[in-house]
Design a protein around this ligand. Sequence first.
Ligand SMILES: *[C@@H]1O[C@H](CO)[C@@H](O)[C@H](O)[C@H]1NC(C)=O
Length: 201
Amino acid sequence: MKFTLIPFLLGLAASSPTEKRQTSGQYTMGFIGCSMAENVAQGYVANKGKHMWGPYGTGGLVVQSWTSPSSSSWGMFDKQVAKYGKPTEVWVMICIFQNPGATYDEVKQMIAAARQHAAPGAKIYITGQPIYPDNPTSCFLAGPQGPQMTVDLAKKAGADASLNVTYPGDFKLMKGEVQDGCHANTAGQSSLGKQALAFWG
Ligand SMILES: *[C@@H]1O[C@H](CO)[C@@H](O)[C@H](O)[C@H]1NC(C)=O
């Protein structure tokens, strides 16, 4: 009797923070990125995530779209802020086109801009775009080494104490989850959404 309780308690500990998050902090987490971030947001919403914003039309918005805090991309972000308030958490996805790629300086500018548009003291998460573990060169838009390069930039930022940002892990898309080499199909979106739920609830 004593022992059968243990798995039950472990189960509670593993599942309750995520579920609670969906009702206690609705839409308090913003995000920036490209269509790949949108794929995550689509799957997040499909899997009943409510803590982070849903998709808001970020297709094509790679790093250089977010380096200037007054860009039209940030204008779109601010429309979300007008709806939900300044986010207390922001997820930054580093997305690139093969040319020009992105530099670490640009990533730092993007993080600084995120701080300007978020609530004071907001927690910032940073990730690369998804990687393709069983087909690493799959994403023609980012180039054969591109996705891993964005992950490396995100890890570097997470390890840089002066930036105060958190790298939660890689997003992964497997072969059957991709529709055009880069973007997630419906199964891939769902998988990405579950990965986001596992990272930040
Ligand atoms: C670092 O970020 C956290 C939120 O993740 C914030 O509470 C804290 O004040 C920040 N620290 C500094 C030194 O800015």
